[in-house]
Ligand binder design. Structure first.
Ligand code: ATP
Length: 240
């Protein structure tokens, strides 16, 4: 059902010990949607992603494909298809590109032959990873490592792919390429995306809907195009 949310976060609170960071956040991602989460440094965006993926203390309600995952472990959450691309250069630097890709499937039961086939399909899609298959991931450029991190996450068979600042530290051309890849994954494979991003203009350009988080609360929610076209809103919350 396209109207039943894939991800349904309701009245979520999260904290690190005594430090309360999220105060009653509600957010949804519908099947096939690209949703972007914006907000200033320290607003709690990373914490919201970490709460959704099971990495921080949380209360409230988080449902994924109808399953209550509020108290689920990170591994269970990944196995349900809620997969996060690690922040920054989250690849295993000392392992080869090929080894990194194989690790993407670690939560799945898949034969070596089937996995090899999936990896060859990925490499066809992202030829640079094929050319560098035997190289240590740490030797790739920042943009190539981001592509590897995305490709590795795809091998976990995500229903929802979550990304925390995929443009971090990348040159503009590489950032563009990463966002083109994300858009392609959405358009061609119907993949749903939840993206935290500092580059508001670029991310609103590929998103269906957006949320703006401020001091742990959602201040703005709506269609990405409407937010992009609202100069007052942009100035007030997005600083441009
Ligand atoms: P940024 O864009 O800078 O990553 P953000 O919106 O992702 O910002 P968070 O990283 O979620 O924000 O941080 C929200 C608040 O939680 C900040 O005040 C931060 O200092 C605090 N915080 C983050 N991680 C921890 C931690 N491990 N322990 C205690 N406080 C933390």
């Amino acid at each position: 059902d396209p109207l039943v949310p894939l991800l349904d976060v309701d009245n979520l609170y999260a904290r690190y010990g005594q430090a309360r960071v999220l105060h009653g956040v509600s957010l949804t991602v519908l099947p096939g949607e690209v949703v972007v989460l914006l907000g200033a440094n320290g607003a709690g965006k990373t914490t919201l992603l970490r709460a959704i993926t099971g990495h921080v203390e949380r209360t409230g309600s988080i449902k994924f494909v109808g399953t209550d995952i509020t108290r689920a472990s990170p591994a269970t959450i990944v196995s349900l298809g809620l997969v996060q691309v690690p922040e920054g250069r989250g690849t295993f630097a000392d392992l080869t590109v090929q080894e990194n890709l194989r690790l993407g499937a670690y939560t799945r039961r898949v034969t070596a032959a089937a996995l090899a086939l999936e990896i060859s399909e990925i490499v066809e899609r992202y030829p640079i990873l094929g050319e560098r298959a035997g190289q240590r991931a740490g030797l790739l450029s920042g943009g190539e490592q981001q592509m590897l991190a995305i490709a590795r996450a795809l091998l976990a068979r995500p229903r929802l792919l979550v990304l925390d600042e995929p443009s971090l530290g990348l040159a503009p051309a590489m950032t563009r390429a990463v966002f083109d890849t994300l858009r392609e994954l959405h358009d061609e494979q119907g993949l749903s995306l939840l993206i935290v991003e500092q580059n508001a203009d670029l991310s609103l350009g590929i998103a269906d809907r957006a949320y703006v988080l401020e001091a742990g609360e959602i201040q703005v929610a709506g269609p990405a195009a409407a937010i992009r076209d609202d100069a007052g809103l942009r100035r007030a919350y997005l600083g441009y």
